[in-house]
Design a protein around this ligand. Sequence first.
Ligand code: HEC
Length: 123
Amino acid sequence: MNGDRSFKFVLGIALAAAAVACSGGGGSAGGASADGKKLFVAKGCTACHVAPGIPEAVGTIGPSLAGVASRPTIAGGKLQTSAENVKTWLKDPPAVKSDTQMPKLQISDAEIEALTQLMLSFK
Ligand code: HEC
């Protein structure tokens, strides 16, 4: 009787710990790129770009973003590919390349950060 109760007690703690571990894991490592993917869809990037792992992304006005992190430059050669330059680009594309078809989008600095992490994951 006693043994049975303490077994259930231990099992309960183990389950609670597992639940905490799961939610914590999802929020840290995978979090940035998961948010990036959501933003990529929500901000309409999908209308102009193909992107790996995002089925909604079927646009062909802009270049495919598959492998963008491995290309030496972005924006038609205007910028070297780096985290800083991807942010500069996303902040205000026409400021970098006046004749680009990519518009300045309504995205916050935090959203730019998450989207930049996503772009850099496209190796
Ligand atoms: C109206 C179409 C359009 C939308 C919407 C758009 N883009 Fe673009 N994007 C382009 C075009 C066109 C280029 C090519 C830049 C150039 O050379 O003019 C580009 C270039 C880029 C590049 C650089 C890649 C390269 O190889 O030059 C990145 C990164 C990028 N876009 C990300 C995004 C993200 C993230 C969003 C959403 C927040 C977005 N784009 C929304 C049209 C668009």
